[in-house]
Ligand binder design. Structure first.
Ligand SMILES: CC(C)(COP(=O)(O)OP(=O)(O)OC[C@H]1O[C@@H](n2cnc3c(N)ncnc32)[C@H](O)[C@@H]1OP(=O)(O)O)[C@@H](O)C(=O)NCCC(=O)NCCS
Length: 166
């Protein structure tokens, strides 16, 4: 898939990017993990056509952002699956539409795998809030996680699919 000035690839087809993606995740707040365990976490999510799977935005061989569709995210909602996790951009490339395109791509890919509902959670005060609010994610639950207010959001993937289909 080509979007703007970058392409979106499946991480399983560019395994050399695992370390970079892991570095972003680790830098964005996995205090309970080491960089090494984060690399293993990302590697386990580099599958071609089954969940968990990860997509990366790449321009001229430079990775710009990543997103993962994972089976599980939050202990509080073990009945819900799958989840969009690990949404992150290269720190030098903010506000270029990278994560918007990645999220859209992940929703479409999930739909192609038969997923009807996809979930995520986000800090209600964080920068990512409007990233999800605009393209059709709806509030599923509002709660406190580790003393921070978070919102669990849900999208019906057929809706996401329809938005990408002329
Ligand atoms: C939040 C984050 C994922 C956004 O990635 P991005 O590639 O810059 O996002 P996009 O360019 O697609 O932005 C889409 C919209 O999200 C919102 N947004 C993105 N970054 C924002 C910021 N720093 N402040 C306010 N709104 C922001 C804007 O509405 C933006 O649209 P606009 O630029 O047309 O106004 C990125 O800054 C990041 O990696 N942050 C650290 C990790 C994180 O918070 N991940 C999300 C976990 S749920």
């Amino acid at each position: 898939m080509t979007s703007h000035e970058f392409e979106i690839a499946n991480l399983a087809e560019c395994l050399d990017l695992i370390a970079t993606v892991a570095q972003w995740h680790w830098g964005h707040g996995f205090p309970d993990r080491t960089l090494s365990t984060t690399v293993e976490w990302v590697r386990a999510r580099a599958n071609l056509a089954s969940i968990p799977l990860t997509f990366v935005a790449v321009a001229n061989d430079v990775p710009l952002g990543a997103v993962t569709v994972d089976n599980q995210d939050r202990d509080a909602h073990v009945g819900l699956s799958p989840w969009l996790v690990g949404v992150s951009t290269h720190p030098d490339r903010p506000r270029k539409g990278v994560c918007s395109a990645l999220v859209q791509h992940a929703v479409t890919a999930a739909a192609e795998l038969g997923v009807t509902h996809l979930y995520l959670d986000t800090d209600t005060n964080g920068a990512a809030w409007s990233l999800y609010e605009r393209p059709g994610w709806e509030t599923y639950a509002e709660e406190i996680s580790q003393n921070v207010p978070v919102v669990v959001m849900m999208i019906e993937t057929e809706l996401g699919w329809a938005q990408t289909t002329p």
